[in-house]
Design a protein around this ligand. Structure first.
Ligand SMILES: Cc1ncc(COP(=O)(O)O)c(C=O)c1O
Length: 396
């Protein structure tokens, strides 16, 4: 059989590595994408080894795979391995970065409220209540992305952090992370990027973006195991940070009343961790890089262009699709049907999708006056046929 090499990607090979494609249409890759076989095998092989010789001995045997994670994550971001911390999810990675900053009453954080992830907004509200920080929300421009000029104009003497979500959880908007990075650098303000939904589907280069810290998860577009994520912290910047919590990996107990923080991003790690998960995430990043992030982005772009076009010409369907640049997440609703019913109809046809709710992105949902949207999220191993089948179900 001739391989399908659309956009220079061997889709057949990707699907062969994802056996569940035979029975299920995976369009919830922004939720949790199925891991390809090499990732699954790396994880299960390590779990088997733990069962045979015990977790500590197994971790020693797996030292290479554990170290490979740092090289792969660094390679993904064009960073250095010592700038990466393995963390159990993107929320904790982001939290560790945010709470390591020396917040005092009256300090301000500047964000794009329409895109910022719910847990990040909750962290702002929590610190506003506990320590009296102030949250400034930059508006969207006419395309729906953060208004970079307005954001810059909102910077004041107490602005300590610009926190941006690159791709929100509930729509396909890609925020202009580099333009915001240029603003942050011009004003000497710390910049934290939530790249949870972009990692694995958009090329990320921390030098070009100009961020000091970046958080990501394993299980979404990177197709790693659940319960994995990572934090990037720029090397020089890491030395200025006090992690909110430390253990005997994050620091060395060097005297009765003394400790020395670990250098670089490792000060944000803990001893106990999901070792199989770390190995699996390293393998997943290697897999994605071998396919090529730019090739993944191009194929995802082509598939979602078709999905957007077909949904937007469907009577009774309205898209929520802001942004000058957009990615593999497409959100919509059927005007005569609650989102959960559309989701159930898709599930009946073995199409995995999800529903984004107001609690996940309150600022934007309130602005558009909705409570819920159906979310379809496409990956490189999906096909035009699968996308068309999903549209046919939406259309009934
Ligand atoms: C934009 C964004 N940031 C952060 C997160 C949190 O990631 P995790 O569930 O790995 O903590 C999500 C999860 O959906 C997300 O969409």
């Amino acid at each position: 059989m001739t391989p399908d090499l659309s956009n220079d990607i061997d889709v057949g090979a990707l699907r062969a590595d994802t056996p569940s494609c035979a029975g299920v249409i995976h369009l919830n890759n922004a939720g949790a994408s199925p891991s390809p076989d090499p990732v699954h095998q790396a994880v299960t092989a390590h779990l088997d080894l733990e069962r045979r010789i015990g977790g500590y001995a197994a971790a020693e045997v797996a030292a290479e795979g554990l170290a490979a994670f740092y090289d792969e994550a660094a390679g993904l971001l064009n960073a250095q391995p010592d700038e990466i911390a393995f963390v159990e999810n993107a929320t904790r990675a982001w939290d560790l970065a945010f709470h390591a900053l020396p917040w005092t009453e009256g300090d301000r954080v500047l964000t794009h409220g329409a895109a910022e992830y719910a847990s990040n907004m909750l962290a702002f509200l929590h610190e506003a209540k506990r320590r009296g920080i102030v949250v400034d929300q930059a508006p969207s421009d006419e395309t729906g992305q953060v208004d970079v000029t307005a954001l810059e104009a909102m910077i004041g003497p107490r602005t300590r952090l610009i926190a941006l979500t690159h791709v929100p959880t509930h729509c396909g908007l890609v925020n202009p992370a580099e333009a915001v990075g240029a603003v942050a650098r011009r004003h000497g303000i710390t910049y934290l990027l939530d790249a949870c939904q972009s990692a694995g589907q958009i090329l990320l280069d921390v030098g070009q973006i100009g961020c000091d810290m970046l958080s990501a998860t394993g299980r979404k577009f990177l197709r790693g195991p659940r319960g994995t994520g990572f934090l990037y912290v720029r090397r020089d910047f890491a030395e200025t940070l006090d992690p909110p919590m430390i253990d005997l990996v994050a620091a060395r107990w060097s005297g009765a009343t003394r400790y020395d923080l670990a250098p670089g991003a490792r000060r944000f790690e803990t001893f106990e961790r999901n070792v199989a998960g770390q190995i699996g995430l390293g393998r997943a990043i290697r897999y994605a890089r071998a396919v090529g992030i730019n090739k993944i982005a191009k194929r995802v772009g082509n598939l979602t262009n078709n999905l957007r076009a077909r949904l937007s010409e469907t009577p009774g369907v309205s898209l929520h699709d802001p942004g000058a640049q957009r990615c593999g997440i497409v959100s919509f609703r059927c005007r005569d049907e609650p989102a959960d019913i559309t989701l159930a109809r898709l599930a009946d046809r073995r199409i995995m999708a999800s529903v984004s709710r107001i609690e996940m992105a309150r600022t934007d949902f309130e602005a558009i006056g909705l409570e819920a949207l159906v979310r379809l999220s496409v990956h490189s191993f999906n096909t035009e046929r699968e996308v068309n089948q999903a549209v046919d179900v939406v259309r009934r």
